[in-house]
Each structure stands twice: as structure tokens, then as C-alpha cells.
Design a protein around this ligand. Sequence first.
Ligand code: ADP
Length: 340
Amino acid sequence: MVSKVSAIADAAPELTLASVTPVISVENLVHRYENRTALNGVSFDVRPAELFGLLGPNGSGKTTLFRILSTLMLPTAGRATIMGCDAAQEPARLRRQIGVVFQAQSVDVKLTAYENLWHQGHLYGLRGSPLKKRIQEILSRVGLADRAKELVETFSGGMQRRIELAKGLLHHPGVLLLDEPTTGLDPGARRDLWQYLQTLRDEEHVSVLVTTHLMEEAERCDRLAIMNEGNLVALGTPAELKSEIGGDVVLLEAAHDAGLLAERIRARFHVETTILDNQVRIEREGAHRFVTEVVEAFPGEIEGISVSKPAVEDVFIRRTGHKFWTEQNDAQTAEEQSRR
Ligand code: ADP
């Protein structure tokens, strides 16, 4: 006889997912730098062996959240736990559970790959032949076993990043946190790194939280938390999030005034519009037919047209009403860089 519980679980798999103990739990996290709010009550969970992406434009709060999770900073309010350890109350215990890859380089390029890992092992209390064995194992894992004795300064950017990963993974953490790990890498090295993160999840069941501002990376995550100005604006699988967009996405480039064109399109076709710079954006099923009708209705008013399937960026636009990259967050990047 099928038990009641398993019958319910079969009928509604989301019930079992919801009851899985989260590996990372972020509850109502708030962080303020003097008078600037960087996190404004953010909550989400990361499940075991999940590749979880934190996507947001510059200034959205990703690094702040990352620093709190990796115990470098205390939140103003709220709570973050990893594998049951509270980031504020038990930072030392939490740190043993995680591997961290920061944006800034932490490898010593004047040492060999092996020496870097040897010192890292000592920091975690690993020594002697078990450490030796683990270094060989992890270097093979990241495809650098034959370069162990070479100085890291002779490595390509992608190889140096793989040594960073190896350092983060040396002590067998169940959770790996990475802050924009592909910054500065060429497309081939980016693909390799993502491939590696997927292997890590599939073969070693490591839970991975990765921050990114790149849409193509977001698409590769199992689930995504999308941030904007310190707020969580969307949470779900890329497919779930995109399915909330009704039909295709139409962008019309206005010949004159986008605001006026949008107003006339709304009046004539009863559709919702968003204005992005000089473009009018519309979500619409049967977009090709609609586009023909619009062009015929407003001759000389439209300079360019694009029709596309919904992408993760469309979810961001729908939730925030503006583009992912704006002059404001570009200016913020410049400000950040001058401060760092
Ligand atoms: P992201 O990683 O998404 O670019 P951050 O967490 O770095 O976002 O920044 C979030 C907000 O907090 C931004 O408005 C940023 O300018 C501000 N901020 C970040 N670090 C500091 C700091 N040390 N002092 C003051 N404001 C900061």
C-alpha cells in the first residue's frame, strides 16, 4: 500500500522540495552603510546541490550579501545561516563549511600551484600525506595536475581562476560561494568555469552560490535571485521566471518621441507599454502580426523593430520598469571603483 505521505509527495513534488532543509537561508537581511541602504530586507533559501545565482546590476547589493554570507561583515538586521550555522553568531564554525572565491585574486603568483594549496591546507589544519593526496586530487579536478610545480604567474587568467577554485575546495566544503568569478576571463575560460561548477554540483553535490551581472550566466543557474537597489525583485528557475512574460517581447524604436508613440499605441491597441530610452517595449502574443499592424497604423513614426523570445533581462525590466544597465548604475560602478 502506498503511504499517505508518499502519495502526497508524488502528487505535489513541490511539497517535498519545500520541505528540504535549506543549505543557505537568508531571512529579512538588511544592511546600511551610514545613510545608504544596500540590502533592504532580502530573503531566500538555497537548496542542497543547487547552482544558485544572485543576479543584479552594479550597486544592487550582491557584494554586500556575499560579504555577510562569507562572515566578513555583520548585517544591520536579519539573519543568514549556512548549513545551520548563523553567520553573525558562529562565524568560525560557518567558515569551515564553506569555500569562498572572492573577486580579488588571493593566490600568490610567486609560488607554484602546489605551494599555494599547501599553505591553504595548513590554514585548515590539513597536513602531511593526506594533504598531499588532496592537493593532487583537487589539481586533477581542475585540470591542472601537470602544472603543479609551475609558478602561478606563468598561468593564463582562466588557469589562475581554477587555482582560486581549488583553494576554495581543498577542505571539502559542502557550499561554495563565488563573487563574479568570471570577471576578466575570455569566453572560453568562462564556459570552462561554468562547466566545472555544474560538474561540482552533479558529481560532488556541492551547493554553489554565485553572483553575476551577466545574463548568459544567469541562464545557466538552477534558480536565480534577481536583485535591484537592495531589493529581491524575482526568485525562481530561469524558465519559471521567463514564463511570466506573456508572449514575445517587441521593441519599437521611436522616430521622434517614444512617450508619445507609446501613448498612441496604448490607446489604439490596449496594450501595456514600457519606455526604455527611445524605445517602446511591449509583451505580446502573436507579435509578428501585431508589429505589421503597428507599422501600418503609425507610418513614419517607427525607425526600428525587434521581436524576441523572453529572456531573463525581460523579467528584470518587467519587475523594475527599467533596463538592467542604466546610466545610474554605470555611474555607481565608477564611484565604487574610485573607492576601492
Ligand atoms: P553590487 O555588488 O551589486 O555592485 P554592492 O553590495 O557593492 O552592490 O553595493 C550596494 C550599495 O551599497 C551600492 O549603493 C554601493 O554604492 C553601496 N556600498 C557598497 N559598499 C559600500 C561602502 N563600503 N560604503 C558605503 N556604501 C557602500
